[in-house]
Design a protein around this ligand. Structure first.
Ligand SMILES: Nc1ncnc2c1ncn2[C@@H]1O[C@H](COP(=O)(O)OP(=O)(O)OP(=O)(O)O)[C@@H](O)[C@H]1O
Ligand SMILES: [Mg+2]
Length: 484
């Protein structure tokens, strides 16, 4: 048998499926479940086949189709195979028997619908000899109207709704049944701007392309694009219009990420440029200060020598800050090595514990040993873990528990070392969650806001990921690094 293209898959509820199949008045439709039992059919099918409702519902397809046709259906996997991507599409010359014994020969076009009652196969049957010209277009229309991912409204030229898909119903917050044949304006009260565009298209014929608007689906904010265009008859006269809503939320967030990383790399470059310029004079100042200190100490000017000491310490602080700026743009001189992440954490433990003790924080250590090594710079990884743990400790002003977990697991087929650091503080303010890895974002009076952006830069450099989440109590940072 020829390989036939896969059947399209749509997702919708049984109720919506019922509405859709009954809306198609001139196409016979039969719905089968995965066992091949008839779960629904439309009026057109009943009319043509002559069966009564009792005779059809729950009846096996083998009782309706002739045995050869039924076999063809089974072989092609219509309705009886789980994977809708295989061997499905269009089957020609199937014969079924009507209630009075007449033989009806049809072509079947199949859609797979994922419903709450499992996969359903929607067989659109067209009798041989029926005009075949517009079929493909009709199928396109049918498929789009049944697809839950696209919102479609078909309008008559007097702006009444001829058909409306489920997603469009959700966006407009209406029931399909109550919207049909009603003027479209009544359903756009909350969307004045969009309605204006539709009206403009109907009146002037000007198409609308990619008009953006947002839609709140429950608590979720969805980014939509709207297209509106006229549908013209053979004479060129407008016979109606279509409105299409496309959900582009994922695309939008990708775009925002790209913009953000562009912005960040620009900040990084500026910071690095400025840092270089600052560092050179600092080196000169440091050298002269050291000279002063020595001279003053030699001359017994103890107080003045002490001042130079303070100046030197402050200079070192500026230097390390400038070092972080440089790291932001590009970590330099990376010493790649096979690093045991658990060992790195263990080496840091004394430092973390003493910092924790100072802040009345208990460290809960649950790191599995025996993880595979990662390819990274040991000192840089230390800097990352110290920064994250320091943030955690600082977030618990009145003491608490800092939990450090480590494990090695296969993720998406790759072995990864995952380190989790959780505190019992107040968590990260929701409004900040998205940007805490941006440089200079801080809520601390003396913070630089560079800690986390440097951490992210370093982890990305080693092919890993770093994420921040809020838990019921406190914040959780998850770092994952690929093992060698
Ligand atoms: N564990 C945490 N709990 C709550 N908020 C956090 C936590 N970690 C980071 N933050 C928030 O993210 C901000 C940015 O952190 P980041 O480490 O980049 O800078 P910082 O800690 O403010 O400054 P610096 O690291 O220079 O001391 C912090 O100011 C804080 O508001
Ligand atoms: Mg910090």
């Amino acid at each position: 048998m020829n390989r036939i293209p896969p059947a399209p898959l749509v997702r919708l509820s049984l109720e919506a499926l019922d509405v859709h199949i009954n809306r198609l008045r001139d196409t016979m439709i039969l719905v089968l479940d995965e066992r091949g039992l008839i779960t629904n059919y439309n009026a057109c099918f009943q009319r043509r086949s002559g069966y009564s409702r009792q005779g059809l519902m729950g009846c096996g397809a083998e009782h309706i189709f002739e045995s050869q046709s039924f076999e063809q259906l089974v072989v092609a996997g219509y309705g009886f195979r789980r994977d809708p991507g295989e061997d499905a599409g269009t089957l020609s010359s199937l014969t079924l028997t009507g209630a009075d014994g007449t033989r009806i020969t049809v072509t079947a076009f199949v859609l797979h619908a994922e419903t709450e009652a499992g996969m359903q196969s929607v067989l659109m049957l067209r009798e041989l000899g029926e005009a075949s010209g517009p079929n493909l277009l009709e199928r396109l229309g049918e498929t789009m109207l049944m697809d839950e991912e696209t919102g479609v409204i078909l309008l008559r030229s007097d702006s009444r709704i001829m058909d409306i898909s489920q997603l469009a119903c959700q966006v407009l917050n209406v029931e399909a049944a109550s919207a049909l044949e009603e003027p479209v304006g009544g359903f756009f009260e909350q969307r004045g701007r969009e309605y204006e565009l539709i009206r403009h298209t109907l009146a002037e014929g000007v198409p609308v392309r990619n008009h953006p608007f947002t839609w709140l689906r429950g608590d979720e904010r969805r980014e939509m694009l709207m297209d509106v265009g006229l549908l013209r008859g053979p004479s060129g006269m407008a016979e109606g219009a279509y409105v299409i809503f496309k959900d582009v939320t994922n695309l939008r967030s990708l775009e925002q990420q790209v913009q953000r990383s562009d912005r960040l790399s620009m900040i990084g470059q500026i910071a690095a440029g400025a840092a270089h310029e600052i560092r050179n004079p600092l080196t000169a100042i440091r050298g002269f200060l050291q000279m002063f200190r020595k001279t003053m100490t030699d001359k017994g000017m103890v107080k003045e020598a002490g001042y130079t000491e303070i100046m030197l310490t402050e200079l070192d602080r500026i230097n390390s800050l400038v070092g972080e700026f440089l790291l932001l743009s590009k970590p330099k001189n990376i010493l790649y090595d096979h690093v045991d992440v658990v060992q790195v954490l263990q080496d840091l433990m004394p430092m973390i514990s003493s910092e924790a003790l100072l802040h009345n924080v208990v460290v809960d250590w649950a790191v599995e040993t025996g993880a595979k090594p990662v390819l990274a710079d040991r000192e840089m990884l230390k800097q990352v873990f110290l920064n994250i743990c320091k943030n955690g400790i600082e977030a618990m002003a009145n003491g608490g528990i800092l939990t450090i977990k480590g494990r090695c697991a296969i993720e998406e087929g790759r072995p990864m070392v995952t380190i989790e650091v959780q505190d019992t503080g107040d968590g990260i303010p929701e409004a900040m969650l998205e940007k805490i890895f941006d440089p200079f974002v801080t809520t601390k009076p003396s913070g630089t806001g560079l800690g986390l952006s440097v951490c992210q830069r370093i982890i990305h450099e080693f092919g890993g990921t770093i994420r921040a989440l809020n838990r019921k109590e406190g914040a959780l940072f998850i770092i994952a690094l690929p093992c060698i």
